[in-house]
Each structure stands twice: as C-alpha cells, then as structure tokens.
Ligand binder design. Structure first.
Ligand code: 5GP
Ligand code: ZN
Length: 113
C-alpha cells in the first residue's frame, strides 16, 4: 500500500521535501506549490487515502490538528492561519494520502474560491 503514493515516498525519503516537523507517526513539510506565504502539509506517515477512511472514533484529525498548531507556533503565525482538508474531486483533493493544509502569512479570504 502506498507504493506509488508521492506522500508515502516523501515519508520514506524517496522524494525530497522541506520538512518542518516530524515525529514517530506524523510529518509536516512545505507545499511544493504554496498558496500562501506559509503553506505546510501535515500528514500521517501511515497511508490513509482520505478523511472518509479514518475509522469511527479514531483521533487522526485531532492529532493532525495538534501537529499543525505546533507548526503554526513554531513558524510564528501569530496573526492567524487556516487549516483545510480537501476531500474528493469537488473538494479539490489531488493527492490521495490524507493531509491537513496549514495556510498563513496573509489574510485568508472567506468564502474560498
Ligand atoms: P490537495 O489538493 O490534495 O488537497 O493537496 C495536495 C497538495 O500537495 C497540493 O497543494 C500540491 O501542491 C502538493 N504537492 C503535490 N505533490 C507534491 C510534492 O511532491 N511535494 C510537495 N512538497 N508537495 C506536493
Ligand atoms: Zn501514501
């Protein structure tokens, strides 16, 4: 599972990335096409395709958010930031390995485009 997944390859070190946080189960690295001055992706090292694949009662999203908050503090995003999970084609998901976007460094307009 995850043999051809780019985020699994990043986790295994087969694709280079600019890591900003790592622990046993999670990894955070900067997005290759940043949509904001700060754009970090927080991922589980385990291959989970989408938010719908998280088993009921599993705290995965909470753990991802906790890491994102840690990175936001580390990067000094004092004026605020946005956390996003895209799901499926209409949700704008392009990489099918669960990830939480951390976007900051500018005013994030709402609603998004
Ligand atoms: P999604 O559209 O699935 O929510 O987000 C996927 C994100 O992954 C996109 O913002 C895209 O720029 C980023 N991305 C895709 N391939 C790579 C890669 O090889 N390295 C990095 N650092 N980011 C990537
Ligand atoms: Zn993967």
């Amino acid at each position: 599972m995850g043999d051809h997944c780019v985020f699994c390859k990043i986790t295994r070190g087969e694709v280079p990335s600019n890591k900003v946080y790592e622990d046993e189960k999670f990894l955070a690295f900067t997005d290759i096409h940043p949509a904001a001055p700060t754009h970090v992706l927080v991922i589980p090292k385990e291959h989970v395709e989408t938010v719908e694949d998280i088993p009921s009662g599993n705290p995965m999203v909470s753990l991802l958010a906790e890491r994102a908050v840690r990175v936001a503090k580390q990067l000094n995003l004092r004026e605020g930031y946005r956390l996003v999970i895209n799901h499926g084609d209409n949700g704008g998901q392009t990489v099918y390995h669960l990830h939480l976007h951390l976007l900051g460094g500018r005013f994030m307009a709402w609603p998004p485009g």
